[in-house]
Design a protein around this ligand. Structure first.
Ligand code: UTP
Length: 275
């Protein structure tokens, strides 16, 4: 099997409780860093990696996402020909070049379950996953997803992006360990969801970028609820890892945890300085 990755899945059904009350009626993925919603950054990253088919797992109260990636004739009529028109060029180009499909996760049973819900949009192909609340930027070169696709093309197995984190933070992440292949690649042998520092196998944390092979769906169907009573993608990936089929990639660039207030503020300052 040497299939190309043509689709990107965006699980975006979570409640975003850390951002209440902002996320009471607005999806977390629509919160803007400067003038662009988090999800648009994610879509742009996928697009820059050559992906134009966007598959989004939404939930109740997330309709703003569909409206964002669609024309808005009234608004466009109002601003066409004015100086504001250029503010819409980016999103307009996305709408013209990408296709969007949606499915709803009816019960929020965790990230693994959200990815399984996306099977109907992805089908039997390898696919990328972007968690839009992890905002990535690589000012010096290829976007994180593009870097990961290169790894996928070489090894033809699942790839997870990892970052070294302070040991005291391991209980916020999926943490991996395995055989070091190169400076930036580890063949994953073990992974644990949100371990306490004393139980963590390393300080290499999985961030919100994955390339997954489609056998993950069959594994997810059998995966029992794990940490926090949720169906965890980490548990399903461990099954692939036991067969030597998961590579962790230490990406080049910056990542902001925009699911937390601190990370969100940091990202806002960073992009403001970059602008
Ligand atoms: P998080 O745990 O960071 O998101 O899930 P959350 O649950 O929305 O946030 P808090 O902790 O309550 O503040 C990581 C990603 O997985 C998606 C989320 O939308 C987010 O992109 N997710 C999570 C789902 O799509 N469905 C779920 O059942 C859980």
């Amino acid at each position: 099997m040497n299939k190309k990755v043509t689709k990107c899945l965006f699980p975006a059904a979570g409640y975003g409780t850390r951002f209440l009350p902002a996320t009471k009626a607005i999806p977390k993925e629509m919160l803007p860093v400067l003038t662009k919603p988090l999800l648009q950054y994610g879509v742009e990253e996928a697009q820059s990696a050559g992906i134009t088919t966007m598959a989004i797992v939404t939930g109740r109260g997330k309709r703003a996402i569909e409206d964002h990636f669609d024309r808005s004739y009234e608004l466009e009529n109002q601003i066409n020909g004015t100086s504001k028109e250029q503010l819409m060029f980016g999103i307009r180009e996305i709408i013209e070049t990408c296709t969007f499909s949606y499915t709803r996760q009816v019960e929020m049973k965790g990230l693994g379950h959200a990815i399984l819900t996306g099977e109907t949009l992805v089908g039997n192909e390898p696919f990328a996953v972007v968690l839009a609340d992890d905002l990535c930027d690589n000012a010096d070169g290829d976007a994180v997803l593009s870097q990961m696709l290169e790894v996928y093309e070489k090894y033809q197995c699942s790839v997870v992006a990892v970052e070294e984190i302070p040991m005291q933070d391991t209980n916020k992440y999926g943490v991996i360990a395995g055989e070091v292949m190169t400076d930036s690649l580890v063949r994953v042998e073990n992974m644990v969801e949100k371990p306490e520092p004393k139980d963590a196998p390393s300080n290499l944390a999985i961030i919100g970028r994955y390339i997954l092979t489609p056998d993950i769906f069959d594994i997810l169907r059998e995966t029992k609820p794990g940490k926090g009573g949720e169906i965890q993608i980490t548990d399903a990936l461990l099954e692939q890892a036991k067969q030597g089929k998961v590579i962790a990639y230490k990406f080049k660039g910056k990542r902001f945890d925009c699911g937390s207030v601190d990370g969100f503020v940091e990202a806002t300052n960073y992009f403001y300085e970059e602008k």
